[in-house]
Design a protein around this ligand. Structure first.
Ligand code: ARG
Length: 559
């Protein structure tokens, strides 16, 4: 099926030079399937690009080429449709679940720092984005042969836990904590902040509890651990619903015993500066605020722990890339982190990438608030969406078996796709009703399209080994051409860390197959025609299945 490599080989023979990197896919189908710009060859051959293209067009001939056309300095290649369609069918039917995968990442490890909510707080809406996008990237990278380590870098350390212990000691309630830990802890946190205005001594008490925590005081540790366990149990409910797992859950606290050594390393490299009792790395000449590593009261910071974490992960995993799937508002933090790694002499600072994302906005276009009183509980949002999906499924298909399972997959798929169909760097309007609609650019629309194809294939299947591709019309050839691009799309989405490239492709393909469906009855009297159309349905179904799975969405067979 790989016409591109075949073409590259022909060009190589004609030019005595490997030019495969120059082959492009033209912006419009009218310009052919592949195009070769001759501009960069002008110097070597001392001829103008049009002349080069004309001469080449006479040399390059093969049965799979229907037409070779010169246009300006470009050489446009038209692959013979029937041959292309036949090759696509054979490949997809043979490779099945593996269709579109590659071995590019074989032997290489990628670390993805993702999700990373803060304990004793509700799972934030930004953490949801990180979880969804991070997990899609994990699937994409795995499909390309990489070994992926997903790390949940929990926010489980910092002065706030001193405050929380203080609040719990004053107003805490064991029964409430057990029943509804996240709400209770949040209430305590809010109460602390209102009370401290009247009773400033609480601040001091909070500091002293955090100090005890840092000194491994048994009581402080016991409470902290309790908060952590309860929080994690709550987060796990969300991960379970979303179908997300982690290879490593090690929060900020995991690096506590590595922080002194980390700061020593920075000192040995001659980078550490003392300023009013605090320790920092001066980054002013790089146009950044300085990287504070230890405050004057001795406390370490988020950045100190991230520095220790980066060093530890490099040593542990020897990663080829480390991705931080974290909101764009932390851009400066990661710039500082990567700069300090660079100054420490680690060339691999270039392999660290802040894969940032935008915000979720409310339907009013404003940032979804997370301040007291307006906090959104992700678990509730997910449950509500599933309930909504249940209603819709009930309406559409009252006779369906396993409605709960389907509703769950549709509800979760709606949220996943609602996020993933947008360029991650942009803000997304979080609109559950839009996400769950069966029409438009939604997860349920794709799932439904997939289920529809499955239902045809339950009636009849492809039995014929050799499909007569001369029976296809232009639309059908065009659909098969798209199917043939799946691997390139997957690769593109992976390289740019942008799952929406795949999501958009799947939407286009779904639209095409739905218009095919209206005008091309699949079940036919004539067996050859029926087989040809069934084969087309089968390969599109396969690509939708593979694509949905890469986004973390269940490809349902019935809904
Ligand atoms: N817990 C942090 C937050 O909620 C996100 C952590 C991201 N990962 C990291 N290695 N800094 O803002």
């Amino acid at each position: 099926m790989d016409f591109k490599s075949k073409l590259a080989l022909l060009l190589k023979k004609a030019l005595k030079k490997d030019v495969s990197a120059l082959l492009e896919i033209p912006p419009e189908p009218a310009l052919g399937d592949y195009s070769f710009p001759c501009f960069s060859l002008a110097k070597t051959f001392k001829k103008n690009p049009v002349q080069i293209a004309q001469e080449l067009s006479k040399k390059i001939k093969a049965p799979f080429l229907a037409k070779v056309e010169v246009r300006g300095g470009y050489l446009n290649f038209f692959i013979a449709k029937e041959q292309r369609s036949a090759a696509v069918l054979t490949t997809v039917l043979k490779e099945k679940e593996g269709y579109g995968s590659s071995t590019e990442g074989k032997g290489k490890t990628v670390v993805i720092d993702m999700s990373s909510p803060n304990i004793a707080k509700p799972f934030g809406i930004g953490h949801l984005r990180s979880t969804i996008i991070g997990n899609a990237l994990r699937h994409l990278l795995t499909f390309q042969g990489y070994k992926v380590v997903r790390i949940n870098h929990l926010g489980d350390w910092g002065t706030q836990f001193g405050k929380l212990i203080t609040a719990y000691k004053q107003w805490g309630n064991t029964v409430r904590l057990e029943k509804d830990p996240i709400h209770h802890l949040l209430d305590l946190y809010v109460k602390f902040h209102t009370e401290v205005e009247q009773h400033p001594e609480l601040e001091e008490e909070g500091r002293s509890w955090f100090k005890r925590l840092e000194e491994q005081d048994a009581e402080a540790l016991r409470l902290w651990k309790k908060f952590r366990d309860y929080s994690l149990a709550n987060f796990n409910k969300i991960y379970q619903l979303l179908g997300v797992h982690f290879e490593e859950i090690s929060g900020e606290s995991f690096y506590n015993d590595q922080l002194d050594a980390t700061i020593q390393l920075v000192e040995k490299a001659g980078l550490l500066k003392k300023s009013e009792g605090a320790l920092l790395v001066d980054l002013e000449k790089f146009g950044m605020t300085s990287a504070l590593l230890r405050k004057k009261d001795g406390a370490t910071l988020y950045l100190t722990r991230d520095l220790a974490a980066a060093l530890y992960r490099k040593k542990t995993y020897q990663f080829a890339k480390m991705l931080y799937e974290v909101g764009a508002e932390q851009q400066l933090h990661f710039q500082q982190l990567f700069k300090v790694l660079e100054l420490l002499g680690h060339k691999w600072h270039r392999d660290c990438v802040h894969v940032s994302h935008g915000l979720y906005l409310g339907s009013d276009g404003k940032k979804l608030a997370t301040r007291a009183g307006k906090i959104i509980f992700m678990e509730d949002v997910l449950q509500e969406t599933i309930t909504l999906a249940r209603k819709i499924v009930e309406e559409k298909n009252p006779g369906l078996k396993e409605k709960d399972k389907v509703a769950r997959a549709v509800g979760v798929g709606a949220i996943l796709f609602g996020d993933l169909c947008n360029d991650r760097t942009k803000d997304v309007v979080f609109d559950i009703h839009k996400f769950t609609s069966f029409e438009g650019e939604t997860g349920p629309y794709l799932q439904y399209t997939h289920a529809r194809l499955c239902s045809i294939l339950r009636k009849k299947t492809v039995t014929e080994k050799k499909i007569d591709c001369s029976l296809y019309d232009n639309l059908e050839h065009e659909i098969l051409k798209q199917v043939g691009h799946f691997g390139d799309v997957v690769q593109d989405a992976t390289q740019q860390y942008k799952p929406h490239i795949l999501a958009r492709y799947l939407l286009d393909l779904a639209q095409q197959i739905n218009s095919f469906y209206v005008s091309h009855p699949v079940l036919q009297e004539k067996k050859e025609l029926e087989q040809a159309r069934l084969a087309l349905v089968k390969v599109v179904q396969q690509v939708l299945q593979n694509g949905l799975r890469l986004l973390g969405i269940e490809a349902l067979e019935e809904m």
